[in-house]
Write a protein that binds this ligand. Structure first.
Ligand code: PEP
Ligand code: MG
Length: 581
């Protein structure tokens, strides 16, 4: 087996060595477990039910096709129905379940792999490509099965054992898929597409496992089960490494782990500069379970809780009680430290389901975040009530994403008052003076930051979107990833305007985008006047190390020099020099 390497964009550092596990999106969750003899009958029934549901779904889709729908669409559904009724998919998996005493998902996936292999051997290209139809039909069945879990015991242990040495190789992974990895234990993941600050990449960083996106053809070039090395820092994947390379990387992996270990020594040190200025280092979280990592990191608060992940991979929206319990859990676990909960930021690359596709041409410019909430006031009301109720149990602040006009802010405030009123009427306790902050992540809001600061208690700069919207670069599109640069002078100017607006009105300003967790930018951000940075827990210690070795007076003058420049080519080397001091 020859060795080769593939280059992409490293989005989460570290080194992983393991075996490739190729997945297509909906097959991500398929795991293998054995059933006790007495459950085999149930499992076969579960499989038959799932096939029946998919059949009915397909027939319903066919029935609802309008007369004007293209003929291929009907033919396409018919093909899928035919594939599904073929014995090889509707009967053979039952034999597999019976013989191997395995779960239904695994059985149909095995059978699918077999069929796909046979298709691969077909010379006729058209026929060969029909394998995609088989995969799509199987995906449908698996999705239904996953929505109706079997009664088999101890699944999680098996999942973990299987995944501990596994590197996930996918064409693409949606944020909704990636959030599920939090419960699993993959050693790394790599994808063909994706941008550096896409939400999938952000989740990869929060999982603290190496990952690389934009590898273009990793899924075609790598075979299932092949040994691969993922170097997340360099963005390189080495397939079938030679003995020497493997030994070299094992050494590097150990070094990396030692460095991480060393950093832990400053975990309980206060984040104070050499001349005595305290910098608040807060954490970003996606789900309540992340609080453990926050505590282990030594963060002194939560600067961004992205609540939309609570809404993903669900058939229905979480109700007020479910949301309240999640927010309360975080508030209580943080024991009075600040917990900044952001209202729903669905839309753009964050859809509720991995396969729901936004119908608008430019979803990042569409009905996203606060715009979506204001157009669905009932959803907003439910979430605001849940947040307010949780505020009784800790130090909660509310953060509004993607504000671009004062009208949006004022409407939000009215809805917040309405939520408060409804709670008062029911005599439900909440914090009357709960702080309300706004994200500055649209250039319009940054330019007008003073007006927002006047009407808010605090500001938080979302640099991921601020860069995307200022530079007109889709953060999920790897084709323009090389243009995505936090040091672009226009981006720095917008950040500076926001910091000054906060200072003028005595309102705190934080950064909670990925810039805050990049230790190479810490000195610049502090020099520009920021005193609060919120990032993934895994970045806290490396950023703290920078803080501990900094002198504010020096950083201020350095930052002034950077802000005086309007040429990116001059800014980059100057900022790089800061870190040598
Ligand atoms: C940002 O845009 O910088 C931000 C923190 O929000 P998100 O990444 O969730 O869009
Ligand atoms: Mg954002």
């Amino acid at each position: 087996m020859s060795s080769f390497s593939i280059h992409g964009i490293g989005v989460s550092s570290g080194i992983a060595i393991g075996h490739a596990h190729l997945v297509s999106n909906a097959l991500l969750e398929v795991v293998h477990y054995q059933l006790p003899e007495q459950l085999v009958g149930n499992e076969i029934a579960r499989f038959s039910d799932a096939v029946l549901i998919v059949k009915k779904d397909l027939e319903t889709i066919r029935g609802t096709l309008s007369k004007n729908a293209p003929a291929e669409l009907g033919a396409f559904i018919n093909t899928h129905l035919m594939i599904l009724s073929d014995k090889s998919l509707s009967e053979v998996p039952k034999d597999i379940i019976r013989k191997e005493r395995c779960n239904a998902e695994w059985a149909i996936k095995q059978q699918m792999d077999d069929i796909v292999e046979q298709f691969d051997a077909i010379e006729d290209e058209y026929l060969r490509e029909r394998k995609h139809d088989v995969v799509q039909v199987v995906e449908r069945v698996i999705k239904v099965l996953l929505g109706h879990p079997s009664q088999a015991p101890n699944q999680t242990n098996k999942i973990q054992q299987q995944e501990s040495v596994t590197i996930l190789v996918a064409h693409d992974i949606s944020p909704a898929d990636a959030i599920q990895f939090k419960q699993h234990h993959f050693a790394a993941f790599i994808t063909d597409v994706g941008g550096i600050t896409s939400h999938t990449a952000i989740l990869a960083r929060s999982l603290n496992i190496p990952s690389i996106v934009a590898l273009q053809r990793a899924r075609d070039l790598i075979n299932d089960g092949e040994l691969i090395i993922v170097d997340g820092s360099l963005g390189v994947v080495i397939v079938n490494p030679s003995k020497d390379i493997l030994a070299e990387y094992e050494l590097r992996q150990n070094q990396w782990m030692l460095e991480q270990q060393k950093l832990k020594r400053i975990k309980s040190a206060k984040a104070v500069t050499m001349d005595g200025t305290t910098i608040d280092l807060y954490a970003n979280i996606e789900v309540p379970e992340d609080v453990d990592a926050v505590k282990a990191s030594g963060a002194t608060g939560i600067g961004l809780y992205r609540t939309e992940f609570l809404f993903m991979n669900k058939r229905e929206m979480p109700d007020e009680e479910e949301q309240f319990q999640a927010y309360k859990k975080v508030a209580e676990a943080m024991h009075g430290l600040p917990v900044t909960i952001r209202t729903l930021d669905l839309g753009a690359d964050k859809q509720m389901n991995p396969d729901s596709v936004s119908e608008c041409a430019n979803p990042a410019l569409g009905l996203r975040a606060v715009r979506l909430c204001l157009s669905e006031p009932q959803i907003f009301h439910t979430q605001l009530r849940a947040m307010l109720r949780a505020s009784h149990y800790g130090n909660i602040k509310i953060l509004i994403p993607m504000l671009s006009t004062l009208a949006e802010l004022r409407q939000t405030k009215l809805l917040l008052e309405r939520a408060k009123l409804s709670l008062r009427k029911q005599s439900i306790a909440f914090e009357e003076n709960i702080a309300l902050g706004g994200m500055i992540e649209v250039p319009a809001a940054a330019i007008n930051a003073e007006a927002f600061a006047k009407e808010l208690d605090f500001l938080s700069i979302g640099t991921n979107d601020l860069i995307q919207y200022t530079l007109a670069i889709d953060r999920t599109d790897d084709a323009v990833a090389h243009l995505y640069n936090p040091l672009h002078p226009s981006v720095l100017k917008l950040i500076s305007i926001t910091i000054k607006a906060g200072a003028k009105l005595g309102k705190s300003v934080a950064v909670c985008g990925e810039m805050a967790g990049d230790a190479k930018l810490t000195r610049l951000l502090i020099g520009m006047g920021l005193r609060q940075l919120s990032m993934h827990p895994s970045n806290i210690l490396s950023v703290k190390q920078q803080v501990l070795h900094s002198q504010i007076t020096k950083l201020n003058s350095d930052a002034r020099k950077v802000l005086g420049l309007s040429d990116l080519e001059k800014i980059e080397p100057l900022v790089a020099k800061f870190n040598l001091l």
